[in-house]
Design a protein around this ligand. Structure first.
Ligand SMILES: [Zn+2]
Length: 412
């Protein structure tokens, strides 16, 4: 049995350290304060008895739990990130523990009347009778992804204390700056040396994900021509009207607010415009690589048509790929998903396998040579004051890690 209080204490020791990342910074980690938790984790990993504990100049942490069997077993990895989102404050997190949750409203903050209610957040009702950790309504919690770190550390500690559980070599990796899309880019896959890995960075119990969007960003710069409006006939070109033509040429229903499941979209994120120049910022998302490429072609075609109408370079289109669907890299090694699914089933957890409508560090790592599906870490309502995590879910995730290690060692 996992020690519940120990997991609670460990989790709280992480979330009370502020590790908010900052997209505007160019350093790695993006904020100095991430070192506070990183250094603490290094000490803790050494204390529980892991080997080769290392932290590099960018605060990437790695460590090893050596194999305890004679036969050769693939090296597997478990990965989490210790930063929290720049979207909401992580300063002065004051976790509240609700034991034996009764399924009713939870008052996060009486003074400010901030309520965590199952009438709005229905998922809460899944956890009646369990122990919830919430915020005090003023900050996020940081279960994304300190729950994942807590589970990995707790699982390694458990395996060290229970040598009767047989496993192969296990590598663990903790990264900064995942929330600003830079968790993977300085990850040394070769040094990590695992055959495959899992990010512990999903939400609800049972989540197991190995498909995500293909993603690109598009910048549409429309050049106008400014002339005094009183003398403008036949001369002035208003970039804002041409930008509007561009916007209206894209399918109006292929947007985030009209799509779900495997449906892709164009998302207009930002417009800045004046007569002389208008810039549109889009993101393009699609699970299917062919459809993804076709979306980029649609944008190019619209650009060409408008340019033909107004003169050659009225629109400049720049498209940059951001990340790709990890499915391409995971499907050839599908046993790594099967093992995780089997681990959940053996623990009585119903696997919830679905395609992510976003990206993960795992998708980038998969393309860097480390196939890396994503597993639940247990938290809900990430990136805001209503974030919470059931302790029982963290225990289940910890057990899943141990079980994956065990099953991997049993595979011949
Ligand atoms: Zn996360």
């Amino acid at each position: 049995m996992m020690d519940k209080q120990r997991i609670i204490d460990r989790f709280i020791s992480y979330v009370t350290i502020d590790t908010q990342s900052d997209a505007k910074s160019n350093t790695t980690p993006s904020t100095k304060k991430q070192w506070d938790l990183a250094n603490k984790l290094v000490d803790e990993l050494k204390t529980i008895g892991l080997q080769d504990v290392s932290i590099d100049e960018n605060a990437y942490i790695m460590a090893t739990l050596p194999s305890n069997v004679e036969h050769a077993v693939p090296t597997i990895g478990f990965i989490s990130h210790f930063d929290t989102t720049p979207d909401f404050t992580g300063t002065n997190v004051k976790p509240q523990i609700i034991s034996n949750y009764d399924g009713k409203d939870i008052v996060l903050n009486a003074e400010k009347n901030i309520i965590l209610s199952p009438s709005y957040f229905e998922d809460l009702l899944l956890y009646k009778g369990q122990t919830l950790i919430t915020t005090d309504g003023n900050t996020l919690l940081g279960a994304d992804d300190k729950a994942g770190i807590c589970e990995i550390v707790s699982a390694m500690e458990y395996l060290i204390q229970h040598p009767e559980i047989k496993h192969g070599p296990i590598r663990i990796g903790f990264t900064p700056d995942e929330e600003i899309g830079r968790g993977a880019h300085k990850f040394d896959v070769e040094k990590f040396g695992a055959d495959w890995a899992y990010t512990m960075d999903g939400s609800q119990v049972g989540e197991l994900e190995y498909e995500n969007f293909n993603a690109a960003g598009a910048k549409v710069t429309v050049k106008g021509k400014i002339v005094h409006p009183g003398y403008a006939k036949g001369k002035l070109i208003n970039s804002m009207y041409i930008a509007t033509e561009f916007i209206n040429s894209l399918p109006r229903l292929e947007t985030p607010e009209h799509t779900e499941g495997y449906q892709g979209f164009f998302h207009l994120c930002d417009i800045t415009g004046k007569v002389e120049e208008t810039v549109l910022e889009y993101i393009i998302r699609d699970h299917d690589r062919g459809h993804f490429e076709a979306r980029k072609e649609v944008m190019q075609k619209i650009t060409n048509e408008i340019n033909a109408q107004y003169g050659n370079d009225v629109i400049v289109l720049e498209i940059k790929d951001q990340y790709y669907n990890m499915k391409e890299k995971v499907e050839p090694v599908m046993h790594i998903v099967d093992i995780a699914e089997e681990a959940m089933k053996q623990l009585g957890i119903k696997p919830l396998i679905k395609a992510i409508r976003g990206g993960t560090d795992g998708s980038q790592l998969s393309y860097m040579g480390l196939p890396c599906p994503n597993i639940f870490a247990g938290g809900h309502n990430f990136h805001g004051r209503y974030e919470y995590v059931p302790v029982e879910s963290m225990i289940k995730a910890t057990e899943v890690i141990c079980k994956i290690a065990e099953l991997t060692a049993m595979k011949k």
